[in-house]
Design a protein. Structure first.
Length: 543
């Protein structure tokens, strides 16, 4: 599958989603707790639906954020064969320096490692003459790039003269790691056709050779395995210098790995997915073996020749993740704001369904209604009124009762948003009793809103009751019904308080009047007594 993450550090961005999700969870939990306290039945259907919508919105937005992070991380999988122009060739020499290469079973009593060094020096003469860049990799328990790609063959020769198992302390023999390290020696956009030469006896301890060959072929890199030693087993000392083990040239096993890798690189019709890339095994003792090895460089492109090579590259998936992120973000709005329970959203969804399900003769009218709804959602009420009126006139002319009902309701809803209550009620009253339940509910609900605005809370309560008879699960209607009852009770208390205040004032006025009358009476009595006394004192003797 060739799964790869180019920037793994970007994946830490997934942790940033934890704080907002915790905040959302706590906020919604608190909100639902308050709603539940005010509800008679704590497991009502509307609260369950509301929970589902909120959960869906949070989950979709979290998924959208994850997609953005995946795109930033540069996740890729799968491979594709891409053409690449190559000028000449580049060779990576891989030397197996495991202890099995110390067996002296090569001509002239040479060890396998000494024979490989001599063979490589002869090949370097030809590569140096052609100006071919070369790198050197050592393979033992793992693979290490010893000399990067260079045209200075002297550094390669100096390394070859020092080849020994003691150059690396790792135990075992991993030919696959050697090939993988050699692959890394080639620049990503190298202009030369890359080739790997592996000098080995085929002994390996981890069975990674076949997979490494397949990885090289997918990248358009040809591999030549050059075998040293005899197929008859020979005893040698292991790394501890005491234990003896048997070793031999594992030509048959190596050929099986080569054939398997080439087979995987072939399509079902027998052609190569990566043209020009192949793996082969060459026995160093065969006649003309050096010619076969050098021919792999010529087939990949001589130093003075331009060829077209094909490489298997990972498919970058960042555009896919970006598209998924946008889709999840858009769906989060449909999961929450465009709730099936909201009367405004019900209007929009009902009209969409009408457009999709109506026959061809009604499709154009339905499309006009949908356009008006779009203007309504954008708060372009003037344009919405014009389109609803046009649809209403055409529906009346065509006798289309369904379009007429939707147009009338659309006009009433638009007038209501413009605070034109009388016009809204006029359009609501024109709705027929056979209108769909969605429109019936919205008509009662909007009429109740108008009654609330006008202060007629008793009438508003009756209208919200009728709305709940159409849709008993609607939370908004229940809340407005309770508000109407509450405001009606509050108004009654205010009226009673005003009446009691008037009675108290009348009593105070009555007491004041009595006090004034008593004072006047007292004055009159005093004045009368004074008059009587004056008359008694006024006798004839005074004159």
């Amino acid at each position: 599958m060739n799964f790869r993450v180019e920037r793994p550090m970007a994946l830490y961005g997934l942790l940033l989603i934890i704080p907002p999700m915790l905040y959302s969870a706590l906020t919604y939990k608190k909100t639902f707790s308050l709603l539940m306290k005010s509800a008679k039945n704590k497991r009502t259907k509307e609260y369950k639906n509301m929970r589902k919508r909120i959960f869906a919105r949070v989950a979709l937005r979290a998924a959208a954020w994850c997609m953005v992070i995946f795109a930033m991380a540069g996740i890729s999988w799968g491979t594709v064969s891409t053409p690449a122009q190559k000028n000449g060739a580049a060779v990576a020499l891989v030397f197996d320096i495991s202890y099995s290469m110390t067996a002296r079973d090569c001509p002239n009593s040479l060890t396998r490692l000494e024979a490989a060094a001599s063979y490589a020096n002869d090949l370097l003469d030809k590569l140096e003459a052609d100006g071919t860049p070369v790198s050197a990799t050592l393979a033992k328990g793992n693979g290490i790039l010893a000399v990067p790609l260079t045209e200075d063959t002297e550094s390669i020769r100096a390394l070859i003269s020092l080849l020994s198992p003691k150059l690396m302390s790792s135990a075992g023999s991993s030919l696959g790691d050697g090939i993988n390290a050699a692959l890394k020696s080639f620049p990503k956009n190298i202009s030369n056709a890359p080739v790997i030469w592996l000098f080995t006896d085929g002994e390996e301890s981890d069975a990674l050779l076949e997979n490494a060959l397949g990885a090289a072929l997918k990248k358009g890199v040809s591999v030549v395995i050059i075998g040293f030693g005899e197929e008859r087993e020979t005893e040698i000392y292991a790394g501890d210098g005491k234990t003896t083990v048997k070793t031999a040239l594992r030509s048959e096993k190596t050929r099986e790995c080569v054939n398997a890798a080439n087979k995987k690189n072939l399509g079902g019709l027998g052609f190569s997915f990566v043209k020009g890339a192949s793996a082969q095994f060459v026995d160093a003792t065969e006649l003309g073996s050096a010619h076969k090895v050098l021919s792999s460089v010529k087939s990949s492109g001589a130093a003075d020749k331009t060829t077209m090579s094909y490489e298997m590259q990972s498919v970058d998936r960042h555009l896919l993740f970006i598209a998924l992120g946008i889709i999840f973000f858009i769906l989060s709005f449909f999961a929450s704001e465009f709730s099936l329970r909201g009367f405004h959203e019900k209007l929009a969804l009902s009209l969409v369904a009408l457009c999709l399900c109506s026959c061809s003769s009604e499709f154009e009218e339905s499309k006009k209604i949908l356009g008006a709804v779009w203007n309504w959602n954008q708060k372009q009420y003037t344009e919405a009124v014009a389109k609803f009126n046009q649809s209403l006139d055409e529906a009346r002319a065509n006798g289309d009762e369904t379009i007429k009902q939707y147009a009338l309701y659309g006009l009433s809803a638009t007038y209501l948003m413009q605070n034109e209550n009388a016009a809204a009620l006029e359009k609501i009253n024109e709705l027929s009793g056979s209108a769909p339940n969605k429109i019936k509910f919205a008509a009662f609900y909007n009429s109740g809103i108008i009654a609330q605005r006008e202060g007629d809370y008793q009438k508003a309560a009756e209208l919200f009751k009728n709305a709940l008879l159409v849709d008993p699960s609607n939370v908004r209607a229940k809340i407005n019904l309770e508000l109407s009852y509450s405001q009606q009770a509050q108004r009654a208390k205010e009226s009673e308080r005003q009446l009691n205040g008037a009675n108290e004032l009348s009593q105070e006025e009555s007491d004041l009047q009595k006090s004034i009358f008593n004072r006047i009476r007292e004055k009159d009595q005093q004045q009368w007594k004074n008059t009587q006394k004056e008359q008694k004192d006024a006798s004839p003797s005074d004159y």
